[in-house]
Design a protein around this ligand. Structure first.
Ligand SMILES: Nc1nc2c(c(=O)[nH]1)N[C@H]1C(S)=C(S)[C@@H](COP(=O)(O)OP(=O)(O)OC[C@H]3O[C@@H](n4cnc5c(=O)[nH]c(N)nc54)[C@H](O)[C@@H]3O)O[C@H]1N2
Ligand SMILES: Nc1nc2c(c(=O)[nH]1)N[C@H]1C(S)=C(S)[C@@H](COP(=O)(O)OP(=O)(O)OC[C@H]3O[C@@H](n4cnc5c(=O)[nH]c(N)nc54)[C@H](O)[C@@H]3O)O[C@H]1N2
Ligand SMILES: [Mo]
Length: 738
């Protein structure tokens, strides 16, 4: 039991604050602090059902903030590029080096040679590194950056195509209204997906909902709440969904009236499903061959989903982070419409994002029919700042390394010569880490703003040491699901000589002669940003009370249900698509004229799927889910979290035995892009033919090029799908004893 606050001793302060990492949750936490040290972390103390239960990652916050390997001072490289050898320097020297290189590169090659790599490492409003650095470089004359949401571009594209909106989620308590919940590639016990998601899933089960998990892995959520697990080969979900549609149409189980009223293009989809378009009747037997799911199971699933009302088909982003990712989310949304579950309590709209409009952060897709993602960037303070955008060129995030290596000659928009990287660990987190190694060795200058000696930071010529969220004030909100907002309250003074990205950009602006870059104090900034952001002001009247409590919970009169209004009153509430309806056939997609992005959702073969001839050499499909004990690569060094789960490759016992591999044997997993070395985890919890390596372990190639850190992206492809998804879950590998 936690002692009451007064018992903690008078010299211990308790600071109510929040986490800011790119996590599936957002926790209000209480830090117990003495002598500039976080002594312990307490979770939310609100009673149920309002409690936002803190998970292991926030509970380990103290070992993250006070980790001995944190960068505390500016550093410059002393060894070879990538060796990770650095020497402490002063801030003055660090700024001098940075500005000298920046000016030299601009003078020699122009602003197009400057690449700014940002990321999701810090998700709050003011000290956000990407915003600060892009504002600075805009005023410096421009830069090149990346487009394509590394995370959910497939789902974003699908939702915009189908619905014209990314707000496709329900608030989580609405699952209590569902009679059937299908976890289709969704494992919230691990990825959280809203801090209280598991609470509501468990309650839904207790209330009698049947729960089915469709996933190559028998994951933690399935083990906790599911009545049934249906294993499926990666990348084949759309085939099974299409076959379910086939059963529904043939047995007349679909909701014709719903389709007539709210959707457009169903007939074109039905023609494809029934084979009128291409002569292939997409029967359960057809899908069984592709997916490994028995035809009888597909039939039963189709009937059960069509007959049980309301039912929530919960597709997410993991299967969408693949070579045909957007088809999976579009097809899921199409099934939601066929069963009349869109806009209904207890139902779902599909689309993979699960975002609700109170506390969310989904952006627009960068590939049509989306909008320029940068339109939503920049602090919302009209008139007070120069936030004009001078982004020169953009490169898809999952081709950055190729773009650096190939440049204009390779068809990329610019010849990059320097990179400034912050809030990301892209050497580790985008496809093909060995190519990152080659590319970064070629650049003339690399600066990395970081807290830790990450795989990316090791390539830096210059390190700017950054404060953690415990060392500054800010405010934020969860993604993908609120409904609440949280406040970052400073708990300790900056450690060593660390500064926030905003402070670093401000110092640089001053030295570069950029005027008016940072005219406000932190306190003033927070107030301005808050008051100018209707997302907050609509729900929070009292800023001071919000700040003091560290959290503001929004009381919803009823659960948020995406498209409730469009369904209740279609006359007055058209969908924000060109037709005003749910677009099962999309004219905008047709206009792209890209076979990889057809106007109706389709199952299509891809490179490195299980039917690729490469499977002769590399017969195992690799999936790379998100790790329970980290946020991607962040928290990698935290000892408590390391203890909770060893980094091992999941392999079915049958595949392991065929290769003479025993549990815990050191194995090599490899393909043409690289080789990783790690212990094996023999389990029946993954289907034969598939191996899983959790993303985020730090890339550590040895002298022979074997990645001893076993970073998943040493094996993945640096490519993207027709709708812009990074293809992290579409790679073939082989595995053998080391
Ligand atoms: N603990 C933790 N939580 C996190 C994060 C983290 O790093 N750590 N990251 C956060 C972020 S930024 C994001 S975007 C989300 C990501 O959340 P998701 O995108 O949902 O997570 P993933 O772990 O990639 O995949 C979810 C599930 O899909 C399964 N899967 C993979 N390929 C296929 C397939 O082809 N078909 C089917 N049916 N299933 C498949 C995996 O086995 C896994 O169980 O998580 C967030 N939450
Ligand atoms: N194989 C594979 N790869 C994947 C995925 C997958 O499913 N499979 N998932 C993808 C997804 S969904 C995502 S979102 C990406 C995440 O990709 P990244 O954003 O690159 O991942 P993180 O590991 O969260 O890296 C964030 C870094 O920011 C640093 N940081 C934290 N706070 C600050 C700050 O205030 N300032 C600065 N300058 N730095 C800070 C942290 O120390 C950390 O090193 O990974 C993608 N990569
Ligand atoms: Mo993500």
């Amino acid at each position: 039991m936690n002692p009451p606050e007064s018992d903690t001793g008078s010299d211990v302060r308790i600071v109510r604050t929040t986490s800011t990492y790119d996590c599936g949750g957002r926790c209000p936490i209480k830090l117990h602090v003495r002598d500039n040290q976080i002594l312990r972390v307490e979770g939310d103390d609100a009673p149920e059902p309002h409690q936002l239960r803190t998970c292991l990652r926030c509970r380990a916050y103290k070992q993250y903030v006070h980790h001995p390997e944190r960068f505390l001072y500016p550093q410059k490289r002393v060894g070879k590029r990538g060796e990770g050898k650095f020497k402490r320097i002063s801030w003055d020297e660090a700024y001098d080096i940075f500005i000298r290189e920046l000016d030299r590169i601009k003078g020699t090659y122009g602003n197009e040679a400057i690449l700014l790599a940002t990321g999701g490492g810090y998700l709050a409003s003011l000290h956000n590194g990407g915003l600060a650095a892009s504002r600075l470089l805009n005023q410096y004359g421009g830069y090149v950056t990346h487009y394509g949401n590394i995370s959910s571009e497939g789902a974003v594209w699908a939702s915009l195509t189908q619905y014209g909106s990314v707000m496709v989620g329900h608030s989580r308590e609405d699952m209590m209204n569902s009679r059937l919940i299908i976890l289709w590639g969704w494992d919230p016990a691990r990825m959280i997906s809203g801090t209280n998601t598991m609470h509501h899933l468990i309650r839904a089960r207790e209330k009698g909902a049947r729960i089915i998990a469709i996933d190559p892995r028998y994951h933690d959520t399935a083990a906790t709440v599911a009545h049934e697990w249906i294993p499926i080969y990666p990348g084949t979900d759309t085939a099974v969904m299409v076959a379910m549609a086939n059963v529904m149409i043939k047995e007349n189980l679909h909701d014709r009236q719903f389709l007539d009223t709210y959707t457009t293009g169903f007939d074109a989809f039905a023609d494809y499903v029934l084979g009128k378009e291409d002569g292939v009747d997409k029967t359960p037997a057809w899908a069984a061959e592709i997916s490994g799911v028995d035809a009888s199971v597909i039939e039963r699933l189709a009937r059960e989903y069509a007959a049980t009302k309301p039912a929530a088909l919960m597709d997410c982003q993991g299967p969408a982070r693949s070579a045909m990712g957007e088809q999976y989310n579009r097809c899921a949304s199409t099934l939601c419409a066929m069963t009349g579950n869109v806009g209904r309590p207890g139902g779902s709209a599909g689309g993979g994002l699960m975002g609700i409009p109170v506390g969310h952060m989904f952006r627009m897709s960068a590939i049509p029919p989306g909008k320029n993602p940068f339109e939503l960037d920049g602090p919302n303070v009209k008139g007070t700042l120069d936030i004009r955008l001078r982004v020169k060129k953009r490169i898809h995030v999952n081709t950055l390394w190729d773009a650096i290596l190939e440049g204009k000659d390779g068809g990329y928009p610019s010849d990059v010569k320097m990179m400034w990287s912050m809030c990301n660990n892209y050497v580790n987190q985008i496809g093909n880490s060995n190519k990152a190694d080659q590319a970064l060795k070629q650049l003339e200058f690399i600066a990395v703003s970081e807290l830790f000696p990450t795989a990316t930071a090791r390539y830096a010529d210059l390190i700017f040491p950054v404060t953690s969220a415990a060392e500054r004030n800010d405010f934020t909100r969860p993604w993908p699901s609120g409904p609440y907002f949280t406040m970052v309250n400073q708990a300790i003074d900056p450690l060593g000589e660390c500064k926030s990205d905003l402070e670093i950009a401000s110092d640089l602006a001053e030295r570069l002669g950029i005027e008016g870059f940072n005219p406000h104090s932190e306190e003033e900034w927070l107030k301005i940003l808050f008051e100018n952001n209707p997302e907050y002001t609509t729900h929070i009247d009292d800023y001071e009370a919000f700040r003091k409590k560290g959290v503001h919970r929004v009381d919803l009169p009823e659960p948020i249900v995406a498209f409730r209004d469009q369904i209740a009153d279609p006359e007055n509430n058209p969908f924000p698509t060109p037709s005003g309806k749910i677009e099962i056939y999309s004219r905008r997609a047709a206009d792209l004229d890209n076979p990889a992005c057809p106007p109706i959702p389709k199952y299509m073969p891809t490179a490195e799927d299980r039917f690729d001839s490469l499977a002769g050499q590399y017969p195992m499909q690799l999936i790379t889910p998100h790790p329970r004990n980290r946020v991607h690569s962040e928290l990698y060094l935290v000892p408590w979290l390391k203890e909770t789960e060893e980094h091992r490759v999941w392999i079915n016992t049958r595949d392991a035995k065929a290769r003479g591999i025993e549990d815990r044997d050191e194995v090599l997993v490899y393909n043409d892009r690289g080789t990783v070395s790690l212990p094996a985890f023999l389990t029946e919890r993954i289907m034969p033919g598939v191996v899983a390596i959790f993303e985020g372990s730090w890339y550590q190639p040895d002298e022979k090029g074997v990645d001893r850190g076993a970073c998943a992206n040493t094996l993945t492809r640096d490519d993207y799908s027709g709708g812009g998804a990074c293809v992290m879950n579409t790679s073939l590998v082989e595995i053998q004893k080391a």
